[in-house]
Design a protein around this ligand. Structure first.
Ligand code: GLU
Length: 447
């Protein structure tokens, strides 16, 4: 049964196909685009501490899955995040894999979209168990031929970090003996493990570059000094907040699943990061941060939606912006940091209400773009894609290259929106599918 998220993505692909017409997207191609190409499900067996007696270990099974969408060219790789979250299921990962394809195609990256993960709550298990789970998963995936720098390259996502990527990288090289391009098996690694500078903050930075492109093009009109409310303070939310000052944005409210905090004069983001990364803060939550200053107020997510600001950044999980939220939210622009935060019904309401949406498939692509730089450097694929400049391994070069990609493809997205007179999200889907169509036809010998 299709999940709501999968239905959302399908509705969007169907709309794009209608806009583009059957010459560009014939029916057979539409059928391919709304379905993943492969689904893998693996059962991982590890020994975990017995809650009744932590000195004893007992066996436990975890479910791991991976979904591959469509690969434009046989020479491409599959690319997308590895998630550790209790809601990881095959059906939940399908929409994300499709969104990864769309995101990559908008940005002209040579990838088929993928997504997967392990159904585990990383906050509830000790590091040793997470390492065992990760390595068991890597072993099973390598044996099945679905994890390799030549085939499918995973990266951090919800609940995973560079530490987990480093474990996989070391294990893969040990297991296969590939010490030449083996470190390209995952991206988002530590720098001394073959990572690239700027990867960790890339999605947050990309959000600003996306907003900047739309503002400079005159598409969204915001004051010079802007305010923002952010939902989620994980990798994307926290890095967006940390860079906000540089882009003339004051973050006045942040909420996560446990609580929210608001201050019209702006929140101290450095202090917030210290608060969430404290050892005693098990869930890395901002809940309780209001106690740091008398000027701070404890608020709920719903309250923040009606308080409003210039910009809303959903940067947590999918399905947050329902029709109900869209009808009351008080923002000029929503820039999506999370993957799939908005329901299709909410899109219509936001359009009617004149709230501009800079969609996830463009706005949060910074991570996968810098991942591509990392992989291209690891695998020596520097010269294969003359259209994409692979930067040096330093933050300035990475930022410059990222900015150029956001600008070029953002302007193409805006042009598509104007050509078909459609909102940006629809335009993103149309641009992605228009770009990939010749490749999919060629792969199917239908050109
Ligand atoms: N997890 C990130 C995303 O959803 C990055 C994926 C990647 O770098 O492959 O876009």
């Amino acid at each position: 049964m299709a999940t709501d998220a999968l239905k959302n993505v399908r509705v969007r692909i169907e709309k794009a196909a209608q806009n583009l017409g059957s010459k560009i997207v014939p029916d057979w191609m539409l059928e391919e685009l709304v379905e993943p190409e492969e689904r893998f499900s693996i059962s991982i067996n590890v020994k975990v501490p017995n809650p009744a007696n932590p000195l004893e270990k007992i066996p436990k099974k975890f479910k791991a899955v991976r979904v591959w969408h469509r690969k434009p060219d046989p020479a491409d790789i599959w690319k997308g995040g590895l998630r550790f979250h209790p809601d990881v299921t095959l059906s939940n990962m399908e929409s994300h894999a499709i969104e990864m394809s769309i995101k990559s195609w908008i940005m002209q990256l040579p990838h088929g979209g993928a997504k997967g993960g392990v159904a585990i709550d990383p906050y509830n298990w000790p590091k040793d168990t997470l390492e065992d789970v990760t390595l068991q998963f890597a072993k099973r995936a390598i044996k099945r031929g679905i994890m390799s720098p030549r085939i499918d390259v995973m990266a951090p996502d919800v609940g995973t970090t560079k530490v987990i990527m480093d474990w996989i990288r070391d294990y893969y090289i040990d297991y296969t003996g590939d010490n030449i391009i083996g470190e390209g098996v995952v991206t988002g690694k530590s720098i001394d493990k073959g990572g690239i500078l700027g990867r960790e903050s890339a999605t947050g930075l990309g959000m600003h570059l996306a907003l900047q492109t739309f503002c400079n093009a005159g598409e969204i009109k915001l004051p010079k000094k802007k305010t923002a409310i952010v939902q989620g303070f994980g990798n994307v939310g926290s890095n967006f907040c940390a860079l906000a000052d540089e882009y003339n944005i004051s973050v006045i409210g942040v909420a996560d699943q446990f609580g929210g905090v608001y201050c019209p004069k702006g929140l101290d983001i450095n202090k917030m990061s210290e608060f969430t990364s404290a050892k005693t803060n098990k869930y890395k939550t901002i809940n309780g941060f209001e106690s740091v200053s008398p000027a701070y107020m404890k608020v709920s997510f719903d309250e923040l939606m009606t308080i409003g600001a210039d910009i809303f950044v959903p940067a947590a999980m999918e399905g947050v912006v329902t029709a109900g939220v869209a009808s009351v939210m008080n923002f000029k622009v929503m820039a999506e940091g999370a993957n799939g935060p908005t329901f299709a019904e909410a899109d219509e309401i936001l359009n009617q209400r004149g709230i501009e949406v800079v969609p996830d498939i463009y706005a949060n692509a910074g991570g996968v773009i810098v991942s591509y730089f990392e992989w291209a450097r690891n695998t020596r694929k520097f010269h294969d894609n003359p259209g994409i400049y692979i930067p040096e391994n330093n933050e300035t070069s990475v930022k410059t290259a990222l900015q150029a990609i956001f600008k070029e493809n953002g302007l193409a997205l805006i042009k598509t929106a104007k050509k078909y007179n459609i909102p940006y999200r629809e335009a993103g889907y149309a641009l992605a599918i228009e770009r990939v169509s010749p490749y999919i036809k060629a792969r199917n010998r239908m050109d």
